[in-house]
Design a protein around this ligand. Sequence first.
Ligand code: NAD
Length: 493
Amino acid sequence: MSRFFFHHSHIYNEMNIKNYINGEFVNPVKNQWIDNYNPSIGEVYGQIPNSTEEDIELAYEAANKAFSSWSKTTLDERSSILSKIAQLIKDKLDFLAEAESKDNGKPLSLAKAVDIPRASSNFQFFANAITQFASEAHESVGLDAVNLTLRQPIGVVGCISPWNLPLYLFTWKIAPAIAAGNCVVAKPSEITPMTSYLLGEICNEAGLPKGVLNIVHGLGNSAGQAIVAHPKIKAISFTGGTSTGAHIARTAAPMFKKLSLELGGKNPNIIFADCDYNNMLETTVKSSFANQGQICLCGSRIFIEETIYEKFKQDFIKKVSQLKVGIPFDSETNIGALVSKPHLEKVKSYIAIAEEEKGKILFGGKEVKVDNAENGYYLQPTIIEVEDNQCRLNQEEIFGPIVTIMPFKTEEEALTLANDVSYGLSATVWTNNLKRTMKVSQQLQAGIVWINTWLMRDLRTPFGGVKNSGVGREGGFEALRFFTEPKNICIKY
Ligand code: NAD
Protein backbone atom coordinates (compact mmCIF):
# COMPACT_ATOMS: atom_id res chain seq x y z
CA MET A 1 0.00 0.00 0.00
CA SER A 2 1.64 3.23 -1.02
CA ARG A 3 1.83 6.54 0.70
CA PHE A 4 0.34 8.07 -2.42
CA PHE A 5 -2.86 6.16 -1.83
CA PHE A 6 -3.34 7.78 1.55
CA HIS A 7 -2.67 11.27 0.34
CA HIS A 8 -4.48 11.61 -2.93
CA SER A 9 -7.19 9.09 -3.53
CA HIS A 10 -10.14 10.62 -1.70
CA ILE A 11 -12.21 13.68 -2.27
CA TYR A 12 -12.19 14.57 1.39
CA ASN A 13 -8.40 14.85 1.51
CA GLU A 14 -7.17 18.20 2.79
CA MET A 15 -10.79 19.18 3.24
CA ASN A 16 -11.76 21.33 6.17
CA ILE A 17 -14.60 20.03 8.24
CA LYS A 18 -17.35 22.48 9.18
CA ASN A 19 -20.05 22.62 11.79
CA TYR A 20 -23.49 21.40 10.71
CA ILE A 21 -26.01 23.85 12.14
CA ASN A 22 -29.59 24.32 10.97
CA GLY A 23 -28.91 22.08 7.98
CA GLU A 24 -26.00 24.22 6.75
CA PHE A 25 -22.24 23.71 6.85
CA VAL A 26 -20.72 26.71 8.61
CA ASN A 27 -17.36 27.91 9.91
CA PRO A 28 -16.93 28.36 13.65
CA VAL A 29 -17.87 31.84 14.89
CA LYS A 30 -14.35 32.65 16.11
CA ASN A 31 -12.75 31.07 13.04
CA GLN A 32 -10.40 28.96 15.15
CA TRP A 33 -9.33 25.54 13.89
CA ILE A 34 -7.69 22.33 15.12
CA ASP A 35 -5.50 19.96 13.09
CA ASN A 36 -6.93 16.57 12.24
CA TYR A 37 -4.43 13.70 11.99
CA ASN A 38 -4.29 10.52 9.99
CA PRO A 39 -2.84 8.21 12.68
CA SER A 40 -1.69 5.57 10.24
CA ILE A 41 0.95 7.94 8.81
CA GLY A 42 1.13 10.44 11.68
CA GLU A 43 0.34 13.42 9.47
CA VAL A 44 -2.19 16.24 9.48
CA TYR A 45 -4.70 15.94 6.65
CA GLY A 46 -7.29 18.57 7.42
CA GLN A 47 -8.72 20.88 10.02
CA ILE A 48 -11.83 20.97 12.15
CA PRO A 49 -13.60 23.82 13.92
CA ASN A 50 -12.35 24.67 17.39
CA SER A 51 -15.88 25.63 18.39
CA THR A 52 -16.74 27.78 21.38
CA GLU A 53 -19.88 28.49 23.37
CA GLU A 54 -21.02 30.90 20.62
CA ASP A 55 -21.25 27.95 18.21
CA ILE A 56 -23.07 25.83 20.79
CA GLU A 57 -25.54 28.69 21.26
CA LEU A 58 -26.23 28.80 17.50
CA ALA A 59 -26.70 25.03 17.48
CA TYR A 60 -29.01 25.24 20.49
CA GLU A 61 -31.12 27.97 18.88
CA ALA A 62 -31.48 25.95 15.66
CA ALA A 63 -32.43 22.84 17.63
CA ASN A 64 -34.88 24.73 19.81
CA LYS A 65 -36.56 26.29 16.77
CA ALA A 66 -36.88 22.90 15.07
CA PHE A 67 -38.29 21.23 18.17
CA SER A 68 -41.80 22.66 17.98
CA SER A 69 -42.47 21.02 14.63
CA TRP A 70 -40.23 17.92 14.90
CA SER A 71 -41.81 16.87 18.19
CA LYS A 72 -45.21 16.91 16.46
CA THR A 73 -44.27 14.83 13.42
CA THR A 74 -46.04 11.49 13.28
CA LEU A 75 -44.11 8.40 14.28
CA ASP A 76 -44.41 7.15 10.71
CA GLU A 77 -42.79 10.31 9.37
CA ARG A 78 -39.90 10.09 11.82
CA SER A 79 -39.51 6.41 11.20
CA SER A 80 -39.38 6.90 7.46
CA ILE A 81 -36.65 9.59 7.69
CA LEU A 82 -34.58 7.42 10.04
CA SER A 83 -34.92 4.51 7.62
CA LYS A 84 -33.72 6.73 4.77
CA ILE A 85 -30.65 7.73 6.79
CA ALA A 86 -29.99 4.04 7.50
CA GLN A 87 -30.25 3.22 3.79
CA LEU A 88 -27.96 6.08 2.75
CA ILE A 89 -25.32 4.96 5.24
CA LYS A 90 -25.54 1.47 3.70
CA ASP A 91 -25.29 2.88 0.18
CA LYS A 92 -22.14 4.81 1.13
CA LEU A 93 -20.58 1.97 3.12
CA ASP A 94 -17.27 1.87 1.25
CA PHE A 95 -16.79 5.61 1.29
CA LEU A 96 -17.68 5.96 4.98
CA ALA A 97 -15.54 2.97 5.96
CA GLU A 98 -12.52 4.48 4.20
CA ALA A 99 -13.11 7.80 5.93
CA GLU A 100 -13.44 6.09 9.33
CA SER A 101 -10.35 3.98 8.85
CA LYS A 102 -8.26 6.94 7.72
CA ASP A 103 -9.42 9.15 10.58
CA ASN A 104 -9.14 6.52 13.32
CA GLY A 105 -6.41 4.09 12.20
CA LYS A 106 -8.68 1.04 12.48
CA PRO A 107 -8.41 -1.71 9.86
CA LEU A 108 -10.61 -0.88 6.87
CA SER A 109 -11.97 -4.41 7.02
CA LEU A 110 -13.26 -3.74 10.56
CA ALA A 111 -14.86 -0.42 9.60
CA LYS A 112 -16.58 -2.19 6.68
CA ALA A 113 -17.71 -5.20 8.67
CA VAL A 114 -18.66 -3.57 11.97
CA ASP A 115 -18.55 0.20 12.39
CA ILE A 116 -20.47 1.45 9.38
CA PRO A 117 -23.06 -1.38 9.14
CA ARG A 118 -23.77 -0.84 12.81
CA ALA A 119 -24.24 2.92 12.32
CA SER A 120 -26.86 2.05 9.69
CA SER A 121 -28.49 -0.52 12.00
CA ASN A 122 -28.69 2.08 14.77
CA PHE A 123 -30.97 4.24 12.62
CA GLN A 124 -32.95 1.29 11.26
CA PHE A 125 -33.42 -0.17 14.73
CA PHE A 126 -34.84 3.06 16.20
CA ALA A 127 -36.90 3.69 13.04
CA ASN A 128 -38.71 0.47 13.97
CA ALA A 129 -38.54 0.77 17.76
CA ILE A 130 -40.24 4.17 17.93
CA THR A 131 -43.34 2.75 16.27
CA GLN A 132 -43.53 0.10 19.03
CA PHE A 133 -42.79 2.42 21.96
CA ALA A 134 -46.25 2.94 23.37
CA SER A 135 -47.56 5.23 26.07
CA GLU A 136 -49.26 3.29 28.87
CA ALA A 137 -52.76 3.39 30.35
CA HIS A 138 -53.84 2.10 33.78
CA GLU A 139 -57.44 1.81 34.76
CA SER A 140 -57.82 2.66 38.46
CA VAL A 141 -60.55 0.15 39.16
CA GLY A 142 -63.13 1.20 41.77
CA LEU A 143 -62.03 4.83 41.66
CA ASP A 144 -63.68 5.77 38.36
CA ALA A 145 -60.38 6.98 37.05
CA VAL A 146 -57.96 6.18 34.31
CA ASN A 147 -54.26 7.03 34.27
CA LEU A 148 -52.26 7.69 31.16
CA THR A 149 -48.49 7.76 31.10
CA LEU A 150 -47.33 9.88 28.20
CA ARG A 151 -43.75 9.63 27.01
CA GLN A 152 -42.90 13.12 25.81
CA PRO A 153 -39.69 14.27 24.17
CA ILE A 154 -37.43 16.29 26.45
CA GLY A 155 -36.61 19.15 24.06
CA VAL A 156 -33.02 19.89 23.08
CA VAL A 157 -30.60 17.19 24.18
CA GLY A 158 -26.81 16.88 24.01
CA CYS A 159 -24.91 13.85 22.67
CA ILE A 160 -21.15 13.59 23.19
CA SER A 161 -19.14 10.65 21.89
CA PRO A 162 -15.57 9.25 21.88
CA TRP A 163 -13.07 8.34 19.15
CA ASN A 164 -12.88 4.56 19.34
CA LEU A 165 -16.04 3.64 17.38
CA PRO A 166 -16.75 7.09 15.95
CA LEU A 167 -19.88 6.85 13.77
CA TYR A 168 -21.15 3.74 15.57
CA LEU A 169 -21.35 5.41 18.98
CA PHE A 170 -22.35 8.85 17.68
CA THR A 171 -25.40 7.39 15.91
CA TRP A 172 -26.23 5.07 18.82
CA LYS A 173 -27.19 8.25 20.69
CA ILE A 174 -28.53 10.44 17.90
CA ALA A 175 -30.91 7.84 16.42
CA PRO A 176 -32.97 7.27 19.61
CA ALA A 177 -32.83 10.97 20.51
CA ILE A 178 -34.42 12.14 17.28
CA ALA A 179 -36.71 9.09 17.00
CA ALA A 180 -38.21 10.13 20.33
CA GLY A 181 -38.92 13.62 18.99
CA ASN A 182 -36.01 15.57 20.48
CA CYS A 183 -33.68 17.91 18.65
CA VAL A 184 -29.97 17.43 19.17
CA VAL A 185 -26.74 19.31 19.69
CA ALA A 186 -24.06 16.68 19.17
CA LYS A 187 -20.30 16.70 19.43
CA PRO A 188 -18.14 13.88 18.13
CA SER A 189 -14.59 13.38 19.35
CA GLU A 190 -12.20 16.02 18.06
CA ILE A 191 -9.80 13.16 17.28
CA THR A 192 -12.17 11.41 14.82
CA PRO A 193 -14.60 13.98 13.38
CA MET A 194 -14.76 12.86 9.74
CA THR A 195 -17.69 10.44 9.54
CA SER A 196 -19.81 12.58 11.87
CA TYR A 197 -19.21 15.45 9.47
CA LEU A 198 -20.32 13.26 6.56
CA LEU A 199 -23.45 12.29 8.51
CA GLY A 200 -24.67 15.90 8.15
CA GLU A 201 -24.76 15.54 4.36
CA ILE A 202 -26.59 12.23 4.70
CA CYS A 203 -29.23 13.78 6.97
CA ASN A 204 -29.87 16.55 4.45
CA GLU A 205 -30.14 13.98 1.66
CA ALA A 206 -32.61 11.95 3.73
CA GLY A 207 -34.80 15.02 4.27
CA LEU A 208 -34.23 15.45 8.00
CA PRO A 209 -35.69 18.91 8.71
CA LYS A 210 -33.20 21.70 9.40
CA GLY A 211 -32.08 22.01 13.01
CA VAL A 212 -33.26 18.58 14.19
CA LEU A 213 -29.62 17.48 14.33
CA ASN A 214 -26.77 19.93 14.79
CA ILE A 215 -23.17 18.71 14.83
CA VAL A 216 -20.58 20.93 16.41
CA HIS A 217 -16.87 20.04 16.34
CA GLY A 218 -14.30 21.00 18.90
CA LEU A 219 -12.48 20.21 22.10
CA GLY A 220 -14.02 18.60 25.15
CA ASN A 221 -13.18 21.30 27.65
CA SER A 222 -14.60 24.11 25.47
CA ALA A 223 -17.26 22.89 22.98
CA GLY A 224 -18.14 19.79 25.05
CA GLN A 225 -18.20 21.74 28.29
CA ALA A 226 -20.46 24.40 26.69
CA ILE A 227 -23.03 21.71 25.78
CA VAL A 228 -23.04 20.27 29.29
CA ALA A 229 -23.17 23.72 30.93
CA HIS A 230 -25.94 25.05 28.64
CA PRO A 231 -28.90 25.68 30.97
CA LYS A 232 -31.51 24.78 28.35
CA ILE A 233 -30.00 21.52 27.13
CA LYS A 234 -31.85 19.28 29.52
CA ALA A 235 -30.30 15.87 28.99
CA ILE A 236 -26.80 14.69 28.14
CA SER A 237 -25.95 11.32 26.71
CA PHE A 238 -22.21 10.84 27.05
CA THR A 239 -19.81 8.04 26.15
CA GLY A 240 -16.16 8.44 27.07
CA GLY A 241 -13.67 8.23 29.90
CA THR A 242 -14.61 7.81 33.56
CA SER A 243 -12.92 11.03 34.73
CA THR A 244 -14.68 13.03 31.98
CA GLY A 245 -17.97 11.42 33.06
CA ALA A 246 -17.38 12.53 36.65
CA HIS A 247 -16.63 16.07 35.49
CA ILE A 248 -19.81 16.14 33.38
CA ALA A 249 -21.86 14.87 36.33
CA ARG A 250 -20.50 17.68 38.54
CA THR A 251 -21.30 20.36 35.93
CA ALA A 252 -24.78 18.98 35.26
CA ALA A 253 -25.85 18.28 38.87
CA PRO A 254 -26.91 21.82 39.92
CA MET A 255 -29.14 22.03 36.84
CA PHE A 256 -30.70 18.58 37.51
CA LYS A 257 -29.95 17.38 34.02
CA LYS A 258 -30.81 13.89 33.01
CA LEU A 259 -27.57 12.00 32.38
CA SER A 260 -26.62 8.78 30.65
CA LEU A 261 -22.92 8.05 31.21
CA GLU A 262 -21.23 5.16 29.39
CA LEU A 263 -17.70 5.12 30.74
CA GLY A 264 -14.54 3.04 30.88
CA GLY A 265 -14.05 -0.66 31.46
CA LYS A 266 -11.48 -3.16 32.70
CA ASN A 267 -13.31 -6.27 31.68
CA PRO A 268 -12.47 -9.77 32.85
CA ASN A 269 -12.34 -12.71 30.47
CA ILE A 270 -12.71 -15.83 32.66
CA ILE A 271 -11.72 -19.12 31.09
CA PHE A 272 -12.71 -22.40 32.73
CA ALA A 273 -11.07 -25.69 31.74
CA ASP A 274 -14.44 -27.15 30.70
CA CYS A 275 -14.94 -24.66 27.84
CA ASP A 276 -15.02 -25.22 24.11
CA TYR A 277 -11.28 -24.53 23.83
CA ASN A 278 -10.84 -23.67 20.15
CA ASN A 279 -13.79 -21.31 20.04
CA MET A 280 -12.54 -19.67 23.25
CA LEU A 281 -9.01 -19.23 21.88
CA GLU A 282 -10.13 -17.68 18.62
CA THR A 283 -12.59 -15.31 20.29
CA THR A 284 -10.12 -14.39 23.03
CA VAL A 285 -7.68 -13.13 20.39
CA LYS A 286 -10.47 -10.86 19.11
CA SER A 287 -11.72 -9.73 22.51
CA SER A 288 -8.14 -8.82 23.41
CA PHE A 289 -7.01 -6.97 20.31
CA ALA A 290 -9.96 -5.97 18.10
CA ASN A 291 -9.67 -2.31 17.12
CA GLN A 292 -6.17 -2.31 18.68
CA GLY A 293 -7.76 -3.09 22.04
CA GLN A 294 -9.55 0.27 21.90
CA ILE A 295 -13.07 -0.98 22.62
CA CYS A 296 -14.57 -0.31 26.04
CA LEU A 297 -15.74 -3.97 25.99
CA CYS A 298 -12.36 -5.58 25.26
CA GLY A 299 -11.48 -8.34 27.72
CA SER A 300 -8.25 -6.82 28.97
CA ARG A 301 -7.80 -9.05 32.05
CA ILE A 302 -7.69 -12.75 31.18
CA PHE A 303 -8.09 -15.22 34.05
CA ILE A 304 -7.44 -18.88 33.20
CA GLU A 305 -8.16 -21.98 35.25
CA GLU A 306 -4.84 -23.32 36.50
CA THR A 307 -5.16 -26.77 34.89
CA ILE A 308 -5.08 -25.31 31.35
CA TYR A 309 -2.94 -22.25 32.10
CA GLU A 310 0.32 -23.42 30.50
CA LYS A 311 -1.42 -24.79 27.41
CA PHE A 312 -3.44 -21.58 26.99
CA LYS A 313 -0.32 -19.48 27.40
CA GLN A 314 1.50 -21.28 24.59
CA ASP A 315 -1.46 -21.37 22.23
CA PHE A 316 -2.41 -17.76 22.87
CA ILE A 317 1.13 -16.50 22.26
CA LYS A 318 1.27 -18.50 19.03
CA LYS A 319 -2.03 -17.08 17.75
CA VAL A 320 -1.19 -13.53 18.73
CA SER A 321 2.22 -13.75 17.08
CA GLN A 322 0.40 -14.44 13.79
CA LEU A 323 -1.54 -11.15 13.90
CA LYS A 324 -0.34 -8.68 11.32
CA VAL A 325 0.27 -5.12 12.42
CA GLY A 326 0.03 -2.86 9.40
CA ILE A 327 -1.52 -0.11 7.36
CA PRO A 328 -5.29 -0.05 7.96
CA PHE A 329 -6.13 -0.09 4.26
CA ASP A 330 -4.19 -3.35 3.70
CA SER A 331 -6.65 -6.26 3.66
CA GLU A 332 -4.11 -8.48 5.47
CA THR A 333 -3.92 -6.14 8.47
CA ASN A 334 -5.33 -7.35 11.79
CA ILE A 335 -3.97 -4.55 13.98
CA GLY A 336 -3.99 -1.00 12.62
CA ALA A 337 -2.71 2.21 14.15
CA LEU A 338 -3.53 3.57 17.58
CA VAL A 339 -5.67 6.66 17.37
CA SER A 340 -3.13 9.37 18.25
CA LYS A 341 0.42 10.05 19.34
CA PRO A 342 -0.57 10.98 22.93
CA HIS A 343 -2.65 7.81 23.17
CA LEU A 344 0.25 5.69 21.87
CA GLU A 345 2.48 7.26 24.53
CA LYS A 346 -0.11 6.54 27.23
CA VAL A 347 -0.45 2.90 26.19
CA LYS A 348 3.34 2.50 25.95
CA SER A 349 3.72 3.88 29.47
CA TYR A 350 1.98 0.72 30.74
CA ILE A 351 4.78 -1.39 29.27
CA ALA A 352 7.22 0.54 31.46
CA ILE A 353 4.81 0.13 34.40
CA ALA A 354 4.74 -3.63 33.74
CA GLU A 355 8.50 -3.72 34.12
CA GLU A 356 8.30 -1.81 37.43
CA GLU A 357 5.54 -4.12 38.65
CA LYS A 358 7.46 -7.26 37.68
CA GLY A 359 4.93 -8.17 35.02
CA LYS A 360 6.43 -10.61 32.53
CA ILE A 361 6.05 -9.55 28.90
CA LEU A 362 5.28 -12.84 27.13
CA PHE A 363 4.79 -11.29 23.72
CA GLY A 364 5.01 -7.84 22.09
CA GLY A 365 5.72 -4.66 24.00
CA LYS A 366 7.39 -2.81 21.14
CA GLU A 367 6.43 -0.09 18.72
CA VAL A 368 6.24 -1.20 15.09
CA LYS A 369 7.69 0.74 12.16
CA VAL A 370 5.38 -0.04 9.26
CA ASP A 371 6.73 0.27 5.70
CA ASN A 372 5.67 3.51 4.01
CA ALA A 373 4.12 4.68 7.27
CA GLU A 374 7.12 5.06 9.57
CA ASN A 375 5.50 7.92 11.50
CA GLY A 376 2.25 6.07 12.18
CA TYR A 377 1.27 5.01 15.70
CA TYR A 378 1.70 1.23 15.72
CA LEU A 379 2.27 -1.08 18.66
CA GLN A 380 2.65 -4.85 18.82
CA PRO A 381 -0.19 -6.79 20.43
CA THR A 382 1.17 -7.38 23.91
CA ILE A 383 0.58 -10.15 26.46
CA ILE A 384 1.75 -9.60 30.03
CA GLU A 385 1.70 -12.21 32.77
CA VAL A 386 0.93 -10.64 36.15
CA GLU A 387 0.97 -12.06 39.67
CA ASP A 388 -1.11 -9.59 41.62
CA ASN A 389 -4.58 -8.39 40.60
CA GLN A 390 -3.92 -5.15 42.52
CA CYS A 391 -1.17 -4.07 40.09
CA ARG A 392 -1.89 -0.94 38.02
CA LEU A 393 -1.88 -3.07 34.89
CA ASN A 394 -4.92 -4.94 36.20
CA GLN A 395 -6.67 -1.99 37.83
CA GLU A 396 -6.37 0.84 35.28
CA GLU A 397 -7.96 1.08 31.86
CA ILE A 398 -5.15 0.94 29.28
CA PHE A 399 -7.41 1.02 26.20
CA GLY A 400 -4.80 -0.37 23.83
CA PRO A 401 -3.41 -3.67 22.51
CA ILE A 402 -2.26 -4.92 25.92
CA VAL A 403 -3.81 -7.78 27.89
CA THR A 404 -2.74 -9.39 31.12
CA ILE A 405 -3.03 -13.06 31.98
CA MET A 406 -3.21 -14.73 35.36
CA PRO A 407 -4.19 -18.24 36.58
CA PHE A 408 -6.93 -19.07 39.12
CA LYS A 409 -7.75 -22.21 41.06
CA THR A 410 -11.45 -22.07 41.92
CA GLU A 411 -14.68 -20.49 40.75
CA GLU A 412 -14.75 -18.33 43.89
CA GLU A 413 -11.25 -17.07 43.24
CA ALA A 414 -12.12 -16.25 39.62
CA LEU A 415 -15.12 -14.22 40.79
CA THR A 416 -13.10 -12.37 43.42
CA LEU A 417 -10.43 -11.45 40.89
CA ALA A 418 -13.01 -10.39 38.29
CA ASN A 419 -14.93 -8.18 40.70
CA ASP A 420 -11.95 -6.69 42.50
CA VAL A 421 -11.70 -3.62 40.27
CA SER A 422 -13.40 -0.22 40.22
CA TYR A 423 -15.02 -0.80 36.81
CA GLY A 424 -18.05 -2.93 35.92
CA LEU A 425 -18.88 -2.73 32.23
CA SER A 426 -18.75 -6.23 30.74
CA ALA A 427 -17.41 -9.71 31.48
CA THR A 428 -16.88 -12.81 29.40
CA VAL A 429 -17.05 -16.35 30.77
CA TRP A 430 -16.01 -19.53 28.97
CA THR A 431 -17.60 -22.70 30.37
CA ASN A 432 -19.94 -25.49 29.32
CA ASN A 433 -21.28 -25.98 32.83
CA LEU A 434 -24.82 -24.59 33.04
CA LYS A 435 -24.93 -24.31 36.81
CA ARG A 436 -21.64 -22.44 36.83
CA THR A 437 -22.88 -20.18 34.01
CA MET A 438 -25.79 -18.98 36.11
CA LYS A 439 -23.90 -18.76 39.41
CA VAL A 440 -21.04 -16.78 37.96
CA SER A 441 -23.24 -14.52 35.79
CA GLN A 442 -25.38 -13.59 38.77
CA GLN A 443 -22.39 -12.62 40.87
CA LEU A 444 -20.30 -10.76 38.33
CA GLN A 445 -20.39 -7.00 38.88
CA ALA A 446 -20.98 -5.98 35.28
CA GLY A 447 -23.74 -4.55 33.11
CA ILE A 448 -23.18 -7.13 30.37
CA VAL A 449 -22.08 -10.76 30.72
CA TRP A 450 -21.18 -12.83 27.68
CA ILE A 451 -21.09 -16.60 28.03
CA ASN A 452 -19.08 -18.43 25.36
CA THR A 453 -19.08 -15.39 23.07
CA TRP A 454 -18.00 -11.77 22.97
CA LEU A 455 -19.44 -8.54 21.53
CA MET A 456 -22.65 -10.15 20.36
CA ARG A 457 -25.35 -7.51 20.59
CA ASP A 458 -29.11 -7.65 20.20
CA LEU A 459 -29.99 -3.96 20.00
CA ARG A 460 -33.16 -4.49 22.06
CA THR A 461 -31.13 -5.35 25.16
CA PRO A 462 -29.84 -2.87 27.75
CA PHE A 463 -26.27 -1.68 27.35
CA GLY A 464 -24.19 -0.03 30.06
CA GLY A 465 -22.10 -0.53 33.14
CA VAL A 466 -22.10 -0.50 36.92
CA LYS A 467 -19.56 0.98 39.38
CA ASN A 468 -17.16 3.40 37.63
CA SER A 469 -18.33 2.22 34.21
CA GLY A 470 -21.29 4.52 34.29
CA VAL A 471 -24.87 5.36 35.07
CA GLY A 472 -27.92 4.50 32.98
CA ARG A 473 -28.46 2.21 30.04
CA GLU A 474 -28.63 2.59 26.29
CA GLY A 475 -30.22 0.16 23.85
CA GLY A 476 -33.79 -0.69 22.92
CA PHE A 477 -36.55 0.94 24.93
CA GLU A 478 -34.00 1.94 27.60
CA ALA A 479 -32.66 4.57 25.20
CA LEU A 480 -36.17 5.76 24.30
CA ARG A 481 -37.02 5.98 28.00
CA PHE A 482 -33.89 8.07 28.59
CA PHE A 483 -34.77 10.47 25.78
CA THR A 484 -38.37 11.00 26.98
CA GLU A 485 -40.04 12.35 30.10
CA PRO A 486 -42.88 10.26 31.48
CA LYS A 487 -45.95 12.29 32.38
CA ASN A 488 -48.84 10.89 34.38
CA ILE A 489 -52.32 12.18 33.49
CA CYS A 490 -55.03 11.07 35.92
CA ILE A 491 -58.59 11.39 34.57
CA LYS A 492 -61.53 11.01 36.94
CA TYR A 493 -64.74 10.21 35.10
P1 NAD B 1 -12.95 11.31 26.59
O1 NAD B 1 -13.70 11.25 27.85
O2 NAD B 1 -11.62 11.96 26.59
O3 NAD B 1 -13.78 12.07 25.47
C1 NAD B 1 -15.07 11.65 25.07
C2 NAD B 1 -15.82 12.83 24.49
O4 NAD B 1 -16.05 13.77 25.54
C3 NAD B 1 -15.07 13.59 23.40
O5 NAD B 1 -15.98 14.05 22.43
C4 NAD B 1 -14.48 14.76 24.17
O6 NAD B 1 -14.20 15.89 23.37
C5 NAD B 1 -15.58 15.05 25.17
N1 NAD B 1 -15.16 15.76 26.39
C6 NAD B 1 -13.95 15.74 27.00
N2 NAD B 1 -13.97 16.54 28.10
C7 NAD B 1 -15.22 17.04 28.18
C8 NAD B 1 -15.87 17.91 29.10
N3 NAD B 1 -15.22 18.45 30.15
N4 NAD B 1 -17.17 18.21 28.91
C9 NAD B 1 -17.84 17.68 27.87
N5 NAD B 1 -17.28 16.86 26.96
C10 NAD B 1 -15.99 16.54 27.11
O7 NAD B 1 -12.86 9.82 26.06
P2 NAD B 1 -12.09 9.28 24.78
O8 NAD B 1 -10.63 9.26 25.08
O9 NAD B 1 -12.59 9.98 23.57
O10 NAD B 1 -12.66 7.79 24.71
C11 NAD B 1 -12.10 6.72 25.36
C12 NAD B 1 -12.91 6.38 26.59
O11 NAD B 1 -14.26 6.13 26.25
C13 NAD B 1 -12.44 5.11 27.29
O12 NAD B 1 -12.41 5.32 28.67
C14 NAD B 1 -13.50 4.10 26.93
O13 NAD B 1 -13.64 3.03 27.83
C15 NAD B 1 -14.71 4.95 26.90
N6 NAD B 1 -15.76 4.30 26.14
C16 NAD B 1 -16.85 3.80 26.80
C17 NAD B 1 -17.86 3.14 26.11
C18 NAD B 1 -19.08 2.62 26.80
O14 NAD B 1 -20.06 2.35 26.11
N7 NAD B 1 -19.08 2.44 28.09
C19 NAD B 1 -17.74 3.01 24.72
C20 NAD B 1 -16.62 3.52 24.09
C21 NAD B 1 -15.63 4.17 24.80
